[in-house]
Design a protein around this ligand. Structure first.
Ligand code: DGI
Ligand code: FE
Ligand code: FE
Length: 191
């Protein structure tokens, strides 16, 4: 059995709510355009896009339990904010139940919520396409899309800045990985 984008699109349609499925195919479409623009593997982008939120079908309580069971708790903050865990859980399931072995795809899924220092182009692509897919309509999203299409790394930095500002405005805790990702990319781009 080979697990193709078509397979995971059907799985996502079955498992996810209609709204989350719409979001998922929005990420697939936008990630596909960006992959073409930046010379990245379109099939890999589609696979990561279609699977990135698959673990969101589980309740937060179940996500927390699975993350503990699979040894996916890396920071104390993970326990206080279990909504950041679903990417890691999806990547674990893809590797262990679907025999997906492409490390870059697994990393892109695992790190789509918080990023990580030294993200690959595919990881940046999925992180940013998730925030700016066609269904998102927050103020400034078009500017982010333009920045991204122009320059993947600088666009991703702008996405991180947007997310941090959003968290500050809403008095939410900025996860340490979000900060590390931001500082790493900013440093990388200042060289
Ligand atoms: O799964 P999505 O809704 O498509 O988007 P996501 O995976 O980027 O975000 C999932 C949730 O994680 C969303 O509610 C925002 C939250 N989040 C992302 N970064 C941080 C965060 N929450 C906190 N407290 N701190 C972060 O740095
Ligand atoms: Fe997500
Ligand atoms: Fe998402």
């Amino acid at each position: 059995m080979s697990y193709t984008p078509d397979y995971f699109r059907t799985l996502a349609a079955e498992k996810l709510t209609a709204e989350r499925f719409q979001h998922t195919i929005g990420v697939e479409a936008w990630a596909g355009k960006l992959a073409l623009k930046f010379g990245l593997n379109k099939q890999a982008a589609a696979l990561a896009a279609l699977t990135h939120d698959l673990a969101k079908q589980f309740s937060l309580t179940d996500q927390l339990a699975k993350a503990k069971e699979y040894d996916l708790i890396y920071y104390p903050e993970d326990l206080d904010h279990p909504q950041v865990l679903h990417g890691r859980i999806a990547a674990y399931v893809l590797e262990n139940e679907y025999q997906i072995s492409d490390r870059d795809i697994l990393n892109a899924v695992a790190n789509h919520t918080l990023g990580r220092p030294k993200m690959s182009p595919l990881e940046m692509l999925i992180y940013s396409a998730d925030l700016t897919e066609p269904g998102r309509n927050f103020p400034g999203v078009d500017k982010l899309r333009q920045k991204l299409y122009h320059d993947l790394s600088r666009g991703t930095l702008a996405c991180l800045e947007h997310t941090m500002q959003y968290l500050i405005n809403n008095k939410k805790v900025i996860h340490p990985l979000t900060i590390l990702t931001y500082e790493d990319l900013k440093h990388e781009l200042s060289k």
